[in-house]
Write a protein that binds this ligand. Sequence first.
Ligand code: OOG
Ligand code: MG
Length: 257
Amino acid sequence: MKETIAAELFKAERDIEEVDKFTDKYPQLTTDIAYDIQELLVKKKITAEKTSISGWKLGLTSKAKQKMMGVHEPTYGVLLKSMQISEDEAISLKPFIHPKIEPEIAFVFDKELKGPVSVPEVLAATRYVAPALEIIDSRYRNFSFTLTDVIADNSSSSRYIIGKQTFKPELVDFTLMGMVFKKNGEVVATSTAASVMGHPARAIAWMVNKLTARGQSILPGQVVLSGALSGAMMMEAGDEVSVGFDGIGHLEVTITT
Ligand code: OOG
Ligand code: MG
């Protein structure tokens, strides 16, 4: 069953076609089984795209995202090198099913992190932070899923963009850091870093504990997106999307056909 679900999710992304969520057919899916499926799916993508793991992403770490998706627990997923887009490249909508874009903070690590870890330990292991944008694209029909479905689908991971300017974490006040998310110059959402479980490093500490339970860890050089600070937004060709943060600058991308 795990292999079948992983294969269907892999095919859905490759063929740009939605599938029905699997809990309709397999209501007994647990989060542990869902993370096993996620691992199988990521292995398939690594082989097909001749790529490797670049890091991790958290999902559903803010109330705004939990409300939007009707899922009230955080999740994590794997980021691959093939998912990274440079800030200077226009982003084509062609490879996606029903993409959305959301504001994120990227953490890049210097040291391995294994659980249990505290917020100060996460920050001490961080080489730098930078503004980021994530493109999520659920493989499920109408972007509709339960917790276990979304975990199996690698937490809707699709692409990510990280700002070139980087910042030492000790120079940043995450508890008061404001965020402004804009489309074509208009503000679509405002938030603060504290919307992510009180502190984005707390979300990362949560994930490290989960990873450790599965025999995994954050490795030196890996990137982590700590989870969207506001709801995600649909895009159209021609849109300019930007995110700005207090203290760590801003990042802007252009969407194209
Ligand atoms: C799940 C992924 C959520 C975030 O930052 O909250 C996520 C989804 O909403 O499709 O990446
Ligand atoms: Mg996200």
